[in-house]
Every structure is written in structure tokens, then in C-alpha cells.
Design a protein around this ligand. Structure first.
Ligand code: SF4
Length: 95
């Protein structure tokens, strides 16, 4: 078992949210609201999720449950270093 499993900081639900659950699921009890806006969105095509691009070029994640699945806390946080590295490189190109 991972250190973050069954911890309050890795899973919470806002069942009072007007959109809960905001993605279709057969298991709403496992629906994690922690990453409401997916941190991996910034990885573009490399996020590893089930996205599509609309004809106008918008990344549409409505078919993806990765950030909302209870067991995926480590999968999301495990890519924070990569996100930081991308930001660092982006900032360097601006200097
Ligand atoms: S919700 Fe899914 S498809 Fe969208 S950025 Fe996150 S992992 Fe990728």
C-alpha cells in the first residue's frame, strides 16, 4: 500500500457541488474531487489521459477519469517534477 492511500489529503469529495460527479462514473463513491482541474493538462499531448482535441484546437478531457480515480493520487503527483521541469525550461526560453 502506498503511503498516501486512505489518507484525507489524497482523496475528498465535494458532493454538494452542482456538478458532482462531473464525469460519468459507475462508482461515484470513488470519485476524487482533489484534482478538479487536472494538473496534467499543461502536459498537452503527453498527459497520458483520454483526451481529444476539438476542431477549434481545445483539449477536451470530458472522456477522462484519470485525475478523478481514487487510486490515481500517486499517478498525478508523480508527474509534478516533470511539470516543474517544463516550466523551468519555458522560463529559460523567455530570459
Ligand atoms: S484530465 Fe485526463 S486527458 Fe485531461 S489533462 Fe488530465 S490526464 Fe490528460
Amino acid at each position: 500500500m502506498e503511503h498516501w492511500q486512505n489518507k484525507h489529503y489524497s482523496f475528498f469529495q465535494n458532493t454538494a457541488c452542482e456538478y458532482f460527479p462531473c464525469h460519468e462514473t459507475k462508482h461515484p463513491e470513488r470519485f476524487n474531487c482533489l484534482f478538479c482541474y487536472c494538473p496534467l493538462y499543461a502536459l498537452g499531448r503527453n498527459c497520458g489521459g483520454n483526451f481529444r482535441y476539438t476542431p477549434s484546437g481545445i483539449k477536451d478531457c470530458s472522456g477522462c477519469m484519470i485525475p478523478h480515480e481514487k487510486d490515481n493520487f500517486g499517478r498525478i503527483t508523480g508527474r509534478f517534477q516533470e511539470l516543474c521541469e517544463r516550466l523551468r525550461r519555458l522560463e529559460q526560453t523567455k530570459e
